[in-house]
Design a protein around this ligand. Structure first.
Ligand SMILES: Nc1ncnc2c1ncn2[C@@H]1O[C@H](COP(=O)(O)OP(=O)(O)OP(=O)(O)O)[C@@H](O)[C@H]1O
Length: 827
């Protein structure tokens, strides 16, 4: 029997006589019947959830024991050592995955109408859904908990009253640590007419309660409340380029991360070998999203900004927005190619090379020109073509040297005429002499210096640093591509720090210059042979271990062979693909996910496309939020050069973050950016109107401090806490940070205890983040600071989940003056 709990507004299953062996329900006459029924239901679910945690503990213990055994064993033949290493890596991974699913292990239950469950449930039309799959090995591996990514779990996200998919009831189970604290039920087989399908939401009560929670400096997963339009994206096919366009707060980041977890589960064989890369706009953002994948049991994904994709280099410098924009242009590929060619030089006339022993060898321009064109004709990267150039030059020098030697010898000998029957025996020096001379010349410091001068061996760092610090070099390389004013913007002092916009240039140069990797390749081949032996060991270990419960592992032979595993283990067996990728510039990933993809420059795209030749990519972003001058306003424009029109677009339309009251204000700004754009529809109202106040440049910091205090007090009163951000133009960041330092210290940390509760940020640092309360200071300056300043104002206004305040220090821009909104409403 179902009944409505009037206090909670939830439908709960009512079965007053229900008893679970360990959860006796006592009826108390003072407690209402629905409440008693609810307690009984909670108690029953607690029994099941506790059993799942017991199972989880058992699996952890097993993995822990196996790991200790593997670590303890020592000695033995190399095969045993390889097996040990394999076992250590396998059980460490397993243990990490089992530990990471502690919170919210089980979050859902589906009751199917009789016979509808698409799962072997032994007549039990109920399944439980959670973060991992758990099985009862004593009962033929009967599923106790279904991994949310398994196909059978899908109705949990898709079933609606209109299309119940055989589901009678969907239940969200809320837990705190290991305790069940609430249930949200939806009965789906009542008939569509009896439901209010607001925006087609699934599990509306659970969703709204998730959205109302206090925010911290860390993003949470949404695994228990994924919505149908999000689910379709998360489970979309692996291949090809999928673009997810959606306004602020539509869950693009959440969807991108859950897609990574889904793809790793569904295509584990393919993706653990090459790895998955998630790219974000800055390190603050990556920290913000860093916990989501581990909470979904996935730890092997590489998270990076484009600026971090060049191994061994840390891009800590800052470009001016103008310089960053120019460096991001595709035309820089021509500038760099020219800069490389400019380093391949020939002497004006002749070059005299004084080799060891004092001999002077003359190298003429024509010889050098011929050597250069032969080397260029190979179309090989500069450092690899150098061998052709130096061979030619050396040949010429050998020729000069041998001629000189012969003529010296002849000069020194007395002229003896040949007698009648004598013939000229030919050149005095034979091929062995030639080889010796060549060897000597090749090792001669003066010859090496000449070769280095004419066709230098170069690293990307050397070349770029030389280019950006030398007026003449830059003028020559940029000629015909950049105006003088533009290339002068790029000039900088020697020793300057690398910037994020330098990284795509270095990456491009690494391709143009190439690396002479003969030795490295031989080393890799040796390693590969060892890894194959190691992989055989892994298979052996896994097959021996009958206690491993994970079906994937038990049936490892079915899905893995030693060759594949060897590839997976390439380099170091105890490193994940993500860790190895971080060390290797030429690493290519199985799938690349890009968040805030609209911010990437044309040069950034080249880097990412190089890292993903299969073009299996998910790109999420919002062209209305582009802040960077180098970023994009059109997906087609950035993707066409790589995949033409072979990319799919999916749109997200519901805003889960920003309440309707705030979104109305932000929509006015969006209309100013482009009247053709539509803001996403907010899923909820907060009942709190955003406020706007005036200040002046002289008093703004003190005023903001006062208003921050007020907002914090309101947050405490309304929500018992929560986070607050002051978003401001760059010029005010320093003064506001100083003014608010005490307030920040007093406010302390957020609910995680790891991040400050109050932050002062420029809009580019706040991109992708969210806070319970936001105060936007001086939006007029933000709007005019850059060409895409209005987009930044739109981003700033859409960061709040509850409260928004705006502080003007000048007459408000039209969209925020209140008049546009009023006239729009009137119209
Ligand atoms: N299905 C969902 N269930 C619960 N919360 C959700 C859901 N979808 C999104 N959210 C929440 O909505 C908020 C916004 O999500 P997210 O940051 O992924 O949006 P976004 O589209 O990337 O936003 P922006 O473009 O502004 O950065 C987050 O707090 C996220 O957890």
């Amino acid at each position: 029997m179902e009944s409505l709990d009037r206090e909670s507004g939830l439908l709960v299953s009512v079965s007053p006589h229900h008893r679970e062996p360990d959860n006796t329900v006592m009826f108390d006459p003072r407690i209402s019947e629905p409440e008693q029924a609810r307690s009984a239901e909670i108690a029953a679910e607690q029994g099941y959830v506790s059993m799942l945690y017991d199972r989880l503990d058992a699996e952890r213990e097993l993995a822990d024991r196996r790991l200790s055994d593997a670590l303890r064993s020592s000695g033995g033949p190399p095969q045993a050592a390889a097996e040990r290493e394999a076992a250590t890596a396998t059980y460490s991974d397993r243990l990490a995955a089992l530990k990471s699913v502690e919170q919210g292990l089980c979050f859902g239950r589906l009751d199917f109408a009789d016979g509808s469950a698409n799962v072997d449930t032994d007549d039990d039309p109920t399944i439980y859904i959670g973060r991992v799959g758990l099985f009862d090995e004593s009962d033929d591996y009967r599923p106790l908990l279904i991994d949310w990514r398994a196909p059978v779990a899908r109705p949990f996200y898709l079933a609606t009253a209109a299309s119940p998919q055989g589901v009678r009831r969907r239940r969200h189970i809320r837990t705190l640590s290991r305790k069940v604290v609430g249930l949200d039920d939806e009965v789906l087989d009542l008939g569509a007419g009896e439901h209010n399908d607001h925006l087609g939401l699934a599990g509306e009560a659970a969703l709204l309660s998730a959205l109302e929670r206090r925010r911290t400096g860390e993003m949470s997963d949404i695994v228990s409340t994924i919505q149908a339009e999000q689910d379709a994206i998360i489970r979309a096919d692996l291949g090809g380029v999928l673009v997810v366009q959606g306004g602020p707060g539509t869950g693009k980041t959440a969807v991108a991360l859950h897609r990574a977890a889904y793809l790793l589960y569904t295509h584990r064989r393919q993706l653990t070998t090459r790895g998955v890369l998630v790219v974000g706009p800055n390190s603050t953002f990556l920290r913000y999203i860093g916990q989501v994948l581990p909470s979904l049991g996935e730890t092997g994904v590489m998270l990076a900004t484009v600026g971090e994709l060049y191994p061994g280099l840390s891009a800590t410098g800052l470009d001016t927005p103008e310089a960053a924009e120019i460096k991001g242009r595709i035309g820089m590929t021509e500038v760099l190619a020219k800069a490389v060619r400019d380093r391949q030089i020939v002497p004006e006339d002749v070059l005299e090379v004084t080799v060891e022993g004092g001999e002077v060898l003359v190298l003429d321009r024509a010889t050098c020109e011929l050597a250069r064109s032969k080397a260029r004709e190979t179309l090989r990267p500069h450092n690899l073509a150098r061998r052709v150039f130096s061979d030619r030059v050396l040949d010429a020098l050998v020729e000069v040297s041998m001629n000189q030697l012969e003529s010296h010898v002849l000069d020194d000998l007395p002229e003896i005429p040949l007698s009648g029957d004598e013939v000229d025996s030919g050149p005095m020096l034979d091929s062995r002499d030639r080889a010796t001379i060549r060897q000597e010349l090749a090792e001669d410091p003066a010859v090496q210096a000449v070769l280095q001068e004419l066709w230098p061996k170069l690293t990307p760092q050397e070349l770029l640093s030389d280019l950006l610090t030398d007026t003449e070099r830059l003028a020559s390389a940029a000629s015909g591509v950049l105006t003088e004013a533009e290339w002068r913007t790029l000039l900088r002092r020697p020793g300057s720090l690398w910037t994020a916009a330098d990284v795509p240039l270095l990456d491009e140069l690494a391709e143009l210059l190439g690396e002479d990797d003969t030795e490295a390749r031989a080393r890799r081949e040796r390693q590969r042979r060892e890894e194959r032996a190691y992989a055989e060991g892994v298979l052996h270990v896994l097959e021996q271990d009958e206690e491993i419960l994970d079906e994937e592992v038990v049936r490892v032979r079915d899905v893995l062979d030693a060759e594949l595993l060897a590839e997976r283990q390439e380099a170091r067996s105890d490193l994940t693909a993500a860790q190895r990728a971080a060390l290797d510039r030429s690493w290519t990933f199985g799938h690349v996910i890009v968040d805030e993809a609209q911010e990437l420059s044309e040069m950034d795209w080249r880097v990412l496309m190089r890292r993903c030749p299969s073009r299996s990519m998910t790109l999420v972003g919002d062209v209305s939020q582009t802040g960077s001058a180098a970023g994009t306003s059109s997906w087609d424009r950035v993707l066409r050069p790589y995949v033409e029109d072979r990319w799919r677009l999916r749109e997200l339309t519901v805003n889960y973050r920003t309440p309707a009251e705030i979104m109305e204000l932000a929509s006015a700004v969006l209309a100013d950016i482009d009247p053709g754009l539509t803001a996403p529809t907010s899923v909820r109202e907060s009942g709190i109107e955003p406020w706007r106040r005036s200040s002046s440049p002289g008093s703004v910091t003190a005023d903001v401090r006062r208003w921050v205090d007020e907002e914090l007090a309101a947050l405490t009163e309304e929500r018992g806490g929560g986070t607050l951000a002051v978003l401001c133009p760059a010029a005010l960041e320093g003064p506001l940070s100083a003014e608010l330092a005490e307030v920040q210290a007093a406010a302390g940390a957020d609910d995680t205890g790891d991040n400050p509760r109050v932050s002062v940020l420029t809009v580019d640092r706040a991109k992708g983040l969210e806070f319970d309360a936001v105060i936007v200071v001086d939006p007029e300056s933000i709007a005019t600071a850059t060409a895409r300043g209005l987009n930044d104002v739109y981003v700033a206004l859409t960061r709040a989940t509850q409260r928004l305040g705006i502080v003007h220090t000048a007459p408000p821009m039209p969209a925020l003056s209140g008049e546009q909104g009023a006239s729009r409403a009137a119209g």
